[in-house]
Design a protein around this ligand. Structure first.
Ligand SMILES: [Zn+2]
Length: 412
C-alpha cells in the first residue's frame, strides 16, 4: 500500500417563490389578532438553488434508460455490470461524459486498493471490490474518490511529488551507507544531512496525504449527486482500519481516524438534497453511457458523449456550500441554523456582502417575533457591515432604511 510510487497511480485508500412565513405570533394584549411577519428575500442566491426534476417525467426517463441498460448487461459479466451501473450514475450526475473513461477490476487477492491513473483509467482491485461489492454506497465512494483525483488534477501533481520522493529516498540510502562506514567525526556531518533530508521527505509525504483528504472530501459531493448515501462512505474507511497498517510520517495515506473525521466534517457541510437535485437534473438531461470492451480484456470503456468535449467540473468552495445550506435553512424557517451557517460563510469570505445582508434579515425577523432589542441591534450591526462592502446595493439601502426606522421607533 505504501510502495506505490513506482506506478504513476494515486492509490485510493486510498456539489422562486417568496416564502412568507405565516408566523402565528399572537399579540400579547389581544389573542384574536395575529401578526404576519414576512421574510425578506431578494433572491440573490437563486443561482445556487436547483429544483427537483418533475417526478413523473424523471420516472419516464428512467424507464426509457432501463431498456438501454439491458443491451449493455449482455456485454458485461455480473461484476463489471455492477461497476458499470454505479460508475455510469456518477459520470452522468456530475457531467463527466467529456472523455472516454476506462474502468476495470484488477485481479489480486491481497492488495486491498484502487487507483486512478493514465489520464482516464480507474482500477479497483478484486481484493477491495469483492470485500464491498454488495454495498453500492461503498463502491460509489471508492469510484468517486478516484474520480476526484482526476478532477482535482492530483494525478499530475502526485507524479511530480512521487518523482521527488524517489530521488530523495535514493540519496538518503546513500547517506545512511556512508554514515555507517565513516569515522565518528564524519558520522555527525552525515547524520545532520540525513535529518535535513528526512524533513524534506516528510513534507512531500504530507502533500500526498493532503491530496487524499481532498479527494475524500470531493468524493462526498460526487457520490451525493449520483444519489448514493455519503453517510456510508465511512464504512469503507472502517474496513481499511481492519487491515494491517502502520502509519508513519512517510505514509502516503492519512491515518483512518483522520479520514473519518474529515469525511464527517464534509458531510455536515454539504446540502444532500440540493446535490441530489443537481445530479438528477444532469441525469435527466443526459443519455445512457454506452460501452466498448477494451483490448486489454479486463477493463471496459465508458464512451464519451459527443456533446461534451471539455471538463466543466467545478468543485464547490466551502463558502458556496455554507451559503447554500444557510439559504435552505432560511427558506425552511430554521433561523437558528440559517444564522449559524451564514455567519460561518461570512467568516470564510469577509468581502461578500450577501451573507451579511441575510444575517440582518434574520435578526430583524427574530426581533419582530420576539421584540428582543438585542436582535434588532444585531440586524443593525450586519447591515452596517453589508453597507461597507457594497455601498450602492439597493437591497442593502432598503434594509438599512428599515432597520433605522425600527431603531427610531424604540428610541422614542
Ligand atoms: Zn486516493
Amino acid at each position: 500500500m505504501k510502495r506505490l510510487f513506482l506506478l504513476s497511480f494515486i492509490l485510493l485508500l486510498f456539489s422562486n417563490t417568496a416564502y412568507s412565513a405565516q408566523n402565528e405570533n399572537a399579540n400579547i394584549s389581544n389573542s384574536t389578532e395575529y401578526t404576519t411577519i414576512k421574510k425578506k428575500d431578494p433572491k440573490i442566491f437563486d443561482k445556487y438553488i436547483i429544483k427537483e426534476t418533475d417526478k413523473t417525467k424523471y420516472q419516464q426517463k428512467i424507464s426509457a434508460d432501463n431498456k438501454k441498460y439491458s443491451s449493455i448487461k449482455n456485454q458485461l459479466n455480473n461484476d463489471q455490470y455492477n461497476l458499470y451501473r454505479i460508475f455510469e450514475q456518477i459520470i452522468r450526475a456530475n457531467n463527466l461524459e467529456y472523455q472516454n473513461w476506462r474502468i476495470g477490476i484488477k485481479r489480486t487477492a491481497t492488495n486491498v486498493n484502487a487507483s486512478a491513473g493514465s489520464a482516464n483509467l480507474i482500477l479497483i482491485n478484486s481484493a477491495l471490490y469483492d470485500s464491498i461489492y454488495n454495498d453500492k454506497d461503498a463502491v460509489a465512494f471508492v469510484l468517486s474518490h478516484e474520480m476526484a483525483h482526476f478532477l482535482l488534477n492530483h494525478t499530475n501533481k502526485s507524479a511530480k511529488i512521487i518523482y521527488n520522493i524517489d530521488k530523495l529516498e535514493h540519496k538518503l540510502k546513500g547517506l545512511k551507507y556512508y554514515a555507517k562506514s565513516s569515522s565518528s567525526k564524519n558520522e555527525l556531518i552525515y547524520l545532520s544531512s540525513i535529518s535535513t533530508l528526512n524533513i524534506k521527505l516528510n513534507r512531500l509525504y504530507k502533500k500526498l496525504r493532503e491530496m487524499e483528504l481532498e479527494a475524500d472530501k470531493e468524493a462526498i459531493s460526487i457520490m451525493a449527486r449520483a444519489g448514493y448515501n455519503p453517510d456510508n462512505a465511512v464504512s469503507v474507511i472502517e474496513f481499511f482500519e481492519k487491515l494491517p497498517n502502520i502509519d508513519t510520517a512517510k505514509s502516503s495515506h492519512p491515518d483512518n481516524l483522520e479520514r473519518i473525521n474529515n469525511i464527517s466534517k464534509e458531510i455536515s457541510l454539504i446540502d444532500k438534497e440540493s446535490l441530489k437535485n443537481q445530479g438528477q437534473a444532469n441525469i435527466f438531461n443526459s443519455d445512457v453511457v454506452s460501452i466498448k470492451k477494451s483490448t486489454d480484456k479486463y477493463t471496459f470503456v465508458m464512451n464519451a458523449q459527443k456533446k461534451l468535449t471539455l471538463n466543466t467540473y467545478v468543485a464547490d468552495s466551502n463558502e458556496t456550500k455554507l451559503i447554500l445550506k444557510a439559504y435552505n435553512y432560511y427558506l425552511d424557517d430554521d433561523m437558528e441554523q440559517a444564522e449559524l451557517n451564514f455567519t460561518e460563510a461570512f467568516k470564510l469570505n469577509k468581502t461578500n456582502y450577501a451573507p451579511a445582508l441575510y444575517l440582518s434579515y434574520i435578526n430583524e425577523y427574530n426581533y419582530l417575533c420576539s421584540e428582543d432589542i438585542k436582535k434588532l441591534k444585531r440586524a443593525n450591526y450586519w447591515i452596517k457591515k453589508a453597507k461597507k462592502l457594497s455601498p450602492s446595493d439597493k437591497n442593502i439601502s432598503k434594509q438599512e432604511k428599515d432597520i433605522t426606522s425600527l431603531l427610531n421607533k424604540i428610541n422614542k
